[in-house]
Design a binder for this molecule. Structure first.
Ligand code: EPZ
Length: 422
């Protein structure tokens, strides 16, 4: 297993190009199952999760061609040969459950393994199931798989979500696009990745209104065609790299960054004494004057502060002036980066869904363990300003969601290298 070594103390300067959004691409790729015409995705991120989704779709009989070293994906599913999403693939990546809606809508059946829990929480699917049953699906849990069928096809329904689940909203959006009649999703997730999926489905011929708001209305159509769609910028990668110059000092321009993708996050940075400037090419970030100061953070569904930036923000707050309280409201176990940051000299107390961070002058490098995707990158960020050497192990977590992190940070002056295990 590879490790990444970071030697702290260098100020950063230059530009980092932000890739297409992992969490948009993982919803856009299964959309190919809705049509027998080709779907082309441009600005696709080059990540292991994308490869996992491609493997899953190919196991269903879809064709996935990677072009321009992975930046363009050609997908087609004119010959779906299976509706079985196997545990061996689904257990590695929860987003595999996004084949459920499309398979049901176009093929009338699906056997999708329950993902099982992951490091950050139990990750149930009750909201997906309740919604699809309201649309006429029969879904039974047997042998760890959801066995879903629908006699006579899905029908439109009013679907109130008890929580604005991103994945459930995406599954319903895709299912409703081919259902008979009108579907209204109430308390829909509003994330930019939802908006991106709706735009792609509309290009394929879907009739959708209201994406980005809590109420989305979908008028089912008989069939969907092909499309070419550019994947939206990754707002989580953007926020992650915006924090690099805040932690290490200096100034970095994140190419492709747009303020509206990270507005709640940028407001917190402003309150912490950080300048975020929209330039013609992206977002330029630097400390306003000296050490950032403490701010409190509560994670919420979009447009609130994103849970996927909580670990990275905590890394920054470890060396901010003062005491910050972070409240994690989305996942039940998303502070596993805290004990690793404490090993680097951070002063953090965790009680349930709250973490109190008392800022210290400097962190000290140490060997640390990555536990999930965002926790991993928070340790890399912490290492940028730590005295000495930080060795982050198990970086396969990182490679799921970040393209060549050592190259992108190295380009702006970080002393960082990947050690490939023999
Ligand atoms: C998406 O996961 C993202 N993944 C996650 O990013 C992100 O953290 C999450 O949305 C919240 O923004 C992808 O888009 C591939 P949810 P998803 O359904 O769809 C509970 C990353 O680091 N819930 O909005 O699984 C659930 O347990 C990943 O890139 C139910 O209880 O998130 C969680 O506590 C991590 N029942 C909360 O809702 C359900 O049926 C949010 O889940 C569904 C969800």
């Amino acid at each position: 297993m590879d490790s990444i070594i970071v030697r702290g103390g260098r100020e950063l300067s230059g530009t980092i190009r932000i890739a297409g959004a992992k969490n948009a691409a993982l919803a856009l790729m299964p959309a190919t199952l809705l049509s027998d015409e080709p779907l082309t995705l441009t600005n696709a991120p080059r990540l292991s999760d994308i490869k996992t989704m491609a493997t899953l779709l190919q196991s269903l009989g879809a064709e996935v061609t990677s072009m321009q070293s992975g930046k363009v994906l050609g997908l087609s599913s004119h010959a779906v040969t299976s509706t079985h999403a196997d545990y061996e693939i689904v257990r590695k990546m929860r987003a595999s459950n996004l084949v459920l809606g499309p398979l049901l809508a176009r093929h009338g059946q699906a056997e999708v393994s329950l993902p099982g829990g992951c490091a950050i929480g139990a990750r149930p699917m009750d909201i997906h199931i309740t919604a699809l049953e309201a649309m006429g699906a029969s879904i039974e849990l047997r042998d760890g798989y959801l066995h879903a069928t629908t006699k006579g096809g899905l029908r439109g329904a009013v679907v109130p979500l008890r929580f604005a689940s991103v994945g459930a909203t995406e599954n319903i959006l895709m299912a409703a696009s081919l259902a008979r009649g009108t579907t209204v999703i109430e308390n829909a997730a509003r994330e930019p990745e939802i908006v991106d999926l709706a735009r792609c489905l509309r290009a394929m011929g879907a009739q959708i209104e209201g994406e980005g708001t809590s109420r989305i209305e979908i008028q089912g159509v008989d069939r969907l065609g092909g499309a070419t769609h550019q994947v939206v910028t990754d707002r989580i990668e953007l926020g992650t790299y915006m924090l690099a110059p805040v932690i290490a000092g200096g100034s970095v321009e994140c190419i492709g960054g747009r303020l509206e993708l990270v507005s709640a996050f940028a407001e917190k940075l402003d309150a912490a004494g950080v300048s975020v400037e929209q330039t013609a090419n992206g977002l330029r970030v630097a400390r306003k004057n000296g050490r950032p100061h403490a701010v409190d953070v509560v994670t919420e569904p979009f447009p609130g502060f994103p849970t996927d930036l909580q670990a990275q923000m905590m890394a920054m707050l470890c060396t901010a002036e003062g005491t910050s309280v972070l409240e994690e409201r989305i996942f039940e176990n998303r502070f596993m980066h805290a004990p690793e940051l404490v090993r680097m000299g951070a002063h953090i107390e965790v009680q349930g869904g709250h973490a109190t961070v008392h800022g210290v002058d400097r962190l000290r490098g140490a060997p640390v363990m990555a536990t999930d995707l965002r926790a991993s990158v928070s340790l890399i960020l912490a290492g940028l300003a730590a005295e000495g050497e930080t060795v982050v192990n198990r970086v396969y977590h990182l490679d799921r969601g970040y393209e060549h992190v050592e190259e992108k940070l190295g380009q702006v002056g970080a002393d960082i290298e990947r050690i490939t295990a023999p």
